[in-house]
Design a binder for this molecule. Structure first.
Ligand code: PEP
Ligand code: MG
Length: 578
């Protein structure tokens, strides 16, 4: 059946491929093709895992205390029955043999089919039994993953797959980095949620807020993801498909043309230099940073090093990651932001588990607040960053500042970290610059207090908009109210830039506004000279800068800033950009 869904575009581009339905908890499962000559070994691996779970269930059965409720024994029996049913113990093997799927993939695929069949059953009791199937499958998956030495081979075939999910956490998205999917679409999510930001960094077309995609789309449906318009076309007819193939090749051609700008110095038409920096989440993002000719790293979101794991990375592991990035940048600035954990970026550790229970995590113990409440963990990160500073030009960036005492306490901890390194005779950059994120309205409004204490500022417009307009950036129900052009937001951004410029304190924007080509001229007109964004956006922004005479656009930018009528603002912005 042919239909179209509309959502919010998160990452531009067009992709055409087949639907792959996922539940976020199972994303860690690798999907790959097994070569013909290794199929039987893979089947044996599957049989061994099923055997292990059978044994586990029998052991559980034997250990049930005599006084346990009868349902408990019945539940173990049911799980054994499900496991032994050919639909779970044999069909996946057929999928492995016929379609060369790896064991985990075949198992998940078969589970999705069974769950869909259960969904169609009228009887509520039987419908509920799908949870038992899922639990048994998860047991087998665990047994499969528990086997060391499973190599994930080249995943180039997944290029054609489009992930369809109800929701994905930033941690799930991080796992996408290891795969090569063609695109992704979700039912929920806001455009500046960290999940969306990661999608953008993967540089694949993506749409969020599609509401019912996960239920309406079937595995393997042909999909067109139009990330330019935020439109998803399911099962397109031949004419539509041909039109989109044309648009896709046109878009790819444009991207290739942009590559020519890699080495062109970023300066406006009237000769004003502009710095274009990159945002990264992991050291592995560096290849793309270098490919797009970034002049520095404006934001290293270090919290992503701490995700998808049960224990925190120690000082040495962090040091290696920071040093790797610093060395790759060969003396160009690397801005390392200290842990910004909390809100939608949760850790798996106990402390973060507690954080998830906070009544309002976006207003709770997040980022610097969390770090100051865990001084040993914070000191460990500060030492690692300082040690890496010996290998290049690192700048330290503190997130979510609202109070002067937060800066003072942080600076005191930095002094402590330095003293401990001095004592151990470990080298670091003694003149390391310490800056702060301006992303809480209070910080923008009380700027002198920050300028006095800090060496540079970075405007986090994603949170600044969230907190100024009281819009949860992860909630698609209010995504239409998330407005970077709201007069209050523009006032805060503009004031911060001009005050910092007047006071001689370097200022950058590292929120998503910096990577939006529609806003480049406006920001230039407001006095911004340092933009930090995902590397994939860098060359389109450079193209905008190269085509702009700052002196000419200043009056129009000032008019956008003064506008209090949203339709008029749009018209003025359009004029500014034409
Ligand atoms: C921001 O808030 O704009 C920002 C850059 O930080 P993050 O998106 O990681 O919260
Ligand atoms: Mg932020």
């Amino acid at each position: 059946m042919n239909f179209v869904l509309h959502g919010h575009s998160v990452s531009a581009g067009i992709t055409i491929g087949h639907a792959h339905l996922v539940s976020s908890a199972r994303l860690e499962v690798a999907h790959y093709e097994v070569p013909q000559d290794q199929i039987e070994t893979e089947v044996a691996r599957f049989d061994a895992a099923v055997g292990k779970v059978r044994q586990e269930l029998q052991d559980v059965g034997k250990q049930i205390p005599a006084d346990a409720p009868a349902e408990f024994g019945a539940f173990v029996d049911l799980h054994e029955m499900i496991l032994n049913d050919p639909s779970l113990s044999s069909v996946p093997k057929a999928l492995m043999r016929d379609r060369h799927m790896n064991a985990e993939w075949a198992l998940i695929q078969q589970m999705e089919t069974l769950v869909a069949q259960f969904d169609a059953i009228d009887d509520p009791y039987l419908r509920e039994r799908k949870a038992d199937i899922t639990q048994v499958v998860e047991r087998v998956l665990k047994a499969l993953l528990g086997r060391p030495g499973t190599v994930v081979p080249d995943l180039t075939d997944e290029k054609q797959l489009i992930v369809v999910a109800h929701d994905l956490s930033p941690a799930d998205m991080l796992l996408f980095k290891q795969h090569a999917f063609g695109g992704f679409v979700t039912d929920v999510g806001g455009v500046t949620s960290h999940t969306a930001i990661l999608a953008r960094s993967l540089n694949i077309p993506a749409i969020v807020g599609l509401h019912h995609a996960r239920h309406m789309i079937r595995e393997n449906d042909l999909l067109i993801v139009d990330g330019l318009q935020g439109v998803l076309i399911v099962d397109p007819d031949a004419l539509v498909l041909a039109e989109y193939q044309l648009r896709q090749s046109h878009h790819e051609l444009e991207r290739k043309k942009l590559k020519r700008l890699k080495k062109t110095p970023a300066a406006s038409l009237d000769g004003i230099p502009v710095e274009l920096f990159a945002n990264i989440e992991l050291p592995q993002d560096m290849a793309e940073v270098l490919e797009n000719g970034a002049q520095g790293i404006g934001l290293f979101r270090t919290e992503f090093l701490f995700m998808n794991r049960r224990s925190l990375p120690d000082e040495d592991e962090q040091f290696e990651a920071y040093r790797e990035v610093t060395l790759a940048m060969e003396g160009k600035p690397v801005t390392i932001r200290t842990l910004d954990i909390g809100a939608d970026k949760a850790l798996q550790t106990v402390a973060a588990g507690e954080a998830a229970l906070m009544p309002n995590p976006a207003l709770g113990l997040r980022a610097i607040r969390y770090c100051l409440s865990e001084p040993q963990m914070f000191l460990c990160q500060l030492r690692a960053i300082l040690r890496a500073s010996h290998y290049g030009k690192i700048r330290l960036l503190i997130p979510m500042l609202a109070h002067a005492h937060e800066i003072d306490q942080t600076l005191e901890l930095i002094r402590e970290a330095k003293a401990s390194l001095d004592k151990a005779g470990l080298p670091y950059d003694k003149a390391i610059l310490v800056g702060g994120m301006i992303e809480i309205p209070a910080a923008a409004l009380a700027l002198p207090m920050f300028m006095r204490r800090l060496g540079f500022l970075s405007l986090g417009t994603n949170d600044l908009i969230q907190y100024t307009l009281a819009i949860d950036r992860t909630d698609d129900a209010v995504a239409h109210l998330y407005d970077p052009l709201h007069p209050a937001v523009l006032q805060l951004v503009s004031q911060t830039i001009s005050r910092a410029n007047r006071g001689g304190v370097p200022v950058a924007v590292c929120g998503e506004m910096a990577g939006d080509p529609r806003l480049t001229r406006l920001l230039l007109g407001l006095g911004l000279r340092n933009f930090s964004m995902h590397p994939a956006q860098l060359l389109s922004i450079k193209e905008r800068v190269l085509k702009t005479s700052i002196a000419d656009i200043m009056p129009m930018a000032a008019r956008v800033l003064r506008s209090t009528d949203s339709r008029r603002t749009q018209e003025l912005l359009h004029k500014l950009n034409s």
